[in-house]
Design a protein around this ligand. Structure first.
Ligand code: SAH
Length: 412
């Protein structure tokens, strides 16, 4: 999962123009040379001013340094068009001392909002919706929230968009549950953007740097959107984890499933399963799948996703993956394939040692951090596993982040 990142555009001359449809005079997203106008203030993109080709080379070089002890690193799978790939877009709202409403991201290390009209890595439609929400605030007498005083209403806007379905969810994060003239507000924003399929108010009245609060109130549509990945349909709620770059995610998951080499009979564990994405895709090709995940909301989404896709050979457990695996190993249970997709901190010894005890023929490790991947591969390769293939995928152009699928086989 990457942080919100911004990019500097070099080497690409023509991009589509965004129709911002806004009356506010705003700084433009691009400088004349095509580079990002917010680069200095925003600081979100690690690879500012570096061509995409070079970025991929840098990632490859770093992966080679970290992973070549375990075998060959395949060439990184980059994007044909590395711009506007983020399908989850978040903007913080604020008001300057001069009374101008601004929306965007915090300037690095500060609580000052950089006013961003359109970001080169964010979905253009999402950015346009945010601008139009900004344009509507005054006429609806909606004030932005002041973090220090707790006065005002609108804190953040979060947009999520299905890549294949095109469904759009707008989440208005408010300091209190009441949005004045909410029906007219929804009507006004939908008039400009009929593609919006649901609008949710999220109540966050805490002094916190977390974007979302606990309570969601659906004011238009179903309160969630759906998207498709590798032939399965997934529900995305305001706080569900769903990869921000669905286009590349599809390649990543396809690779993970291909590495698992399923023939319809295997018992597969999908560890750190989130909303069940990888496990559900795998279930179509496996005998039985067990998904395990710590986050209770994600498990709820996973169960819904299983029903939505009419998949019955999968069971989800809401538990620490390490503890779950230790128990399985202690009971003497077996698994044919373990697919694991841990967070950036990687896995832990409890988990890895039980993988060794369970002794699956194949381990497919989907990693978002090559450093912890290297650490965990070191453990597994010391304990009768051999790395057969490592394929990196660029899910986060303009940032330093990279995903890798490593496939290990048990030695006889
Ligand atoms: N495989 C999913 C999610 C991967 S993100 C997908 O591709 O969408 C990593 C997931 O690991 C998160 O959902 C996080 O909640 C979960 N997680 C973190 N620590 C965990 C632990 N100790 N045990 C189980 N799950 C954990």
């Amino acid at each position: 999962m990457a942080e919100k990142k911004k990019l500097n555009q070099t080497g690409k001359a023509s991009r589509h123009k965004v129709n911002h449809n806004t009356t506010n005079a705003q700084p433009h997203a691009k400088k004349k040379d095509g580079s990002c106008a917010y680069a200095k203030k925003c600081g979100g993109c690690d690879y500012q001013g570096i061509s995409y080709e070079q970025q991929l080379e840098m990632k490859q070089k770093n992966l080679k340094k970290l992973l070549s002890a375990f075998g060959k690193v395949e060439p990184i799978v980059g994007m044909k068009d590395p711009y506007h790939y983020r399908h989850k877009v978040h903007a913080t709202f604020d008001c300057t001392k001069k009374g101008q409403i601004v929306s965007g991201t915090y300037k690095e290390g500060t609580h000052e909002v950089v006013d961003i009209v359109s970001c080169q890595i964010e979905d253009e439609q999402a950015d346009a919706i945010i601008q139009d929400i900004k344009g509507l605030l005054r006429s609806f007498k909606i004030k932005t929230y002041d973090e220090d005083t707790g006065y005002g209403l609108l804190r953040h806007v979060l947009i999520r968009k299905g890549y294949h379905t095109g469904q759009v969810m707008v989440v208005l994060v408010l300091g209190s549950p009441i949005l004045p003239s909410k029906n007219n507000f929804v009507k006004a924003i939908r008039q400009k953007h009929p593609e919006i399929s649901t609008v949710v108010i999220n109540v966050n009245n805490k002094k916190t740097s977390m974007v979302l609060g606990d309570r969601n109130i659906t004011v238009y549509g179903k309160g969630f959107i759906e998207d498709e990945l590798c032939g399965c349909t997934f529900r995305i709620s305001p706080s569900s984890f769903y990869q921000v770059n669905p286009q590349q995610t599809e390649y990543l998951y396809e690779k993970a499933i291909a590495c698992a080499g399923l023939n319809g009979k295997e018992k597969v564990i999908d560890a750190y399963c989130g909303t069940g994405t990888i496990g559900l895709i795998a279930a179509k090709h496996a005998g039985k799948v067990i998904g395990v995940e710590l986050n209770k909301d994600a498990i709820r989404d996973a169960i819904t996703n299983a029903k939505r896709n009419d998949i019955h050979n999968i069971t989800f457990f809401n538990e620490d993956a390490g503890e779950f695996m230790v128990r399985m190993a202690d009971k003497g249970e077996k698994a044919d394939v373990v697919i694991m997709d841990p967070p950036r901190s990687g896995s832990d010894e409890a988990f890895l040692s039980s993988v060794v005890k369970l002794s699956p023929k194949k381990v497919v490790y989907v990693s978002c951090n090559p450093e912890t991947l290297a650490r965990d591969l070191k453990y597994l390769t010391k304990h009768k596993y051999k790395v057969m293939e490592m394929t990196p995928f660029d899910l986060f152009p303009m940032t330093k982040h990279v995903e890798t699928v490593a496939y290990l086989l048990r030695l006889k």
